[in-house]
Design a protein around this ligand. Sequence first.
Ligand code: FAD
Length: 709
Amino acid sequence: VQRNADSHVDVLIVGAGPAGLMMANWMSRCGVKTRIVDKRGTKIFNGQADGLQCRTLEIFDSFSFGHRAWIESNHMLEICLWNPDPKTGVLARGDRIPDTIPNISRFQQVVLHQGRIERFFLDAIRENSIKTGCNGEPGTKEAEIKVEHGVLPTSFQFEESAADDEDAYPLTVQLRHLTEEEATPTQKATLANGQSIVDGLFRSNLSADDTQDVINLSNSIADKAGRTETVKAKYMLGADGAHSWVRQQLGFKLEGESTDYIWGVLDIIPITDFPDISHRMRCAIHSESSGSVMVIPRENKLVRLYIQLTTTNVEDGSGGKKFDRSTITPETIIASAQRIMQPYKIEYRYLDWWTAYQIGQRVGNSFSLHERVFLAGDAVHTHSPKAGQGMNVSMQDAYNLGWKVASVVKGQANCSILKTYQSERRRIAQDLIEFDHRFSRLFSGRPAKDVMDEEGISMDVFKDAFEKGNMFASGIAVDYGASVIVAKSGSAKDQGDGTEVLGDEKLRVVSSDGLATGLEVGKRMPSFKVLNQADARPWHFQELLKSNGTWRVVVFAGDIRDAAQKRRLDRLGEKLGGEDSFLRLCTPSGARYDSVIELLSCHSAPRQETTIFDFPEVFRPWDENDGWDYWKVHVDDQSYHEGHGQAYKNYGINPTRGCSVILRPDQYISWIGEMDDYKSMDSFFRGFMVDQRTKGGAKTAIAEGSKKG
Ligand code: FAD
């Protein structure tokens, strides 16, 4: 079973759920030597998480598999709110609201089960890693990053004295290879209408973790020859879910509380007379006194029901009460739904998957050990799944971390950027817990009978919270605070020299007041259509921002017919194209000119009155084997078939003077400044990028041709 003769890896990922796979996906895009292990024998095939928020779809699109999710998924456009009618007390539709706030993204929320999403990742990881050569020669099968199923860590050591040595492998991990039997979770044998069903209880928080049982079982098997190996790693990610073994090794804790609310989940093809299920609408149903149901129409005619259960507590042996798991079956869950949804009827013939969980909100007290071991996903935040956040936020944790680790491993950036993982993502986790706390209590509480009923939930308050919550839930509202890679005025101490100090970090600060009123430093770059200057093809701006580990300087060049503006552009071009330009200094010798920092531009003059040759050469580089690069210069103009994107107007940029924007490899805005403020751009990059001349070249060759697609 032993796969790797060489036991040294740059990155070891524990857990191949959404967070671990996102990390592996980044590593495969960036050509980093990586192993990813998971204690289960296979990936999951149905059930579990299903909602994909708009920001997640933007991210998938940046990895070139967004279209797969978009095509296969069920699109959710409207939510119907059902409450007891104030006069009759009978359930009635009280309101309809859009599922996704209009115009916040080019995508809207969709649902598709986690197994398919994991499949998209696995395909992308395979294809990318072979192309970039993660674990061997590019183009060979050996280069592939494969999820190693049935493999789990049994011990972990950290050599703290080597933590600051970028060439060291301070992490030592013993890996155990399991048999198929050991790696297969015990399933509750459930028969519904003679059908044998896979349940998700083994991954639910109502079940104890089985990691130690699996290790004990494996220990008890006599023939252990070749079943254990030692791996040395530079970096490690614990993406091993809510019971995280990695978190336990680090001694970190999940802090927060658990509630008494127990919910069941059924994925069924419903047989029902409930009108909005037949209309394939998402519904939030609040009954008078029997609890609530959330209805999510799914792919392939499936419908997911989240159903509040009337809890049956039993003595826990210490004078307290605990929930009796044995009473939860698909039959008891549907019976709860029938009580809540009466007078309407609901039953099923086909059940695809089911589970149950207890609502609790917890967040990790730390996300990282010395910026060498990181935790992501459910390992550092757990909450209720109804707002469709778990999988999305978990993937977005690893999306935030992956490019940072890759650029440090490849010697492009110094390790100071790794501190921003915890400062950026822990705050998001805390916001998430706060959001979930409010949302799940509003959803689990009973509706108020009238304005005097203070204990009940007012349905107006619920609707308002739902609408506001939609902005948070979309992932678009994420706003990273000031740091070495986010140049904005934070709650830090002003040094009076254009910098601020926050903890032990020196932050760069620029005033971007009024230059781009539709853009915010710390938020993701919004997308509007622009045209390619050369061939007039319209592109959504985000389509130009592929997730491949590359920083981007976007020069909104303004009206380049204006002589003064053209002079500003030419002077900027001279500096950017100069021998000591940061574009050159950050790029290892022999690597492609846009492999570390890509220069993009978008001007506002009429396309037909300009050509790419109005731009200095650095904006449209020449390669003696490849000719001109036509894909860098864009224009905000009317397209032939897809209207006018009005990018300057929407971004709030002055169409004559323009401005410049620096984007991180994950599409978040780092810096906004005057169009020709080369000095400030240069000083921003010098804050954390490694000068490749003084370094004597990058440690890992930057993969040629990994940019497009
Ligand atoms: P996980 O998906 O839990 O993946 C962790 C992986 O690590 C697993 O593959 C596991 O086998 C592996 N692992 C664990 N321990 C070890 C170890 N010691 N060694 C090696 N490997 C290990 N989210 C939504 O967005 N919408 C929903 O509808 C939804 N429904 C849910 C229903 C249930 C019952 C549960 C439990 C969760 C639900 N979630 C939902 C949440 C969502 O599934 C999680 O938030 C998401 O899967 C977290 O991703 P992750 O990668 O952090 O962890």
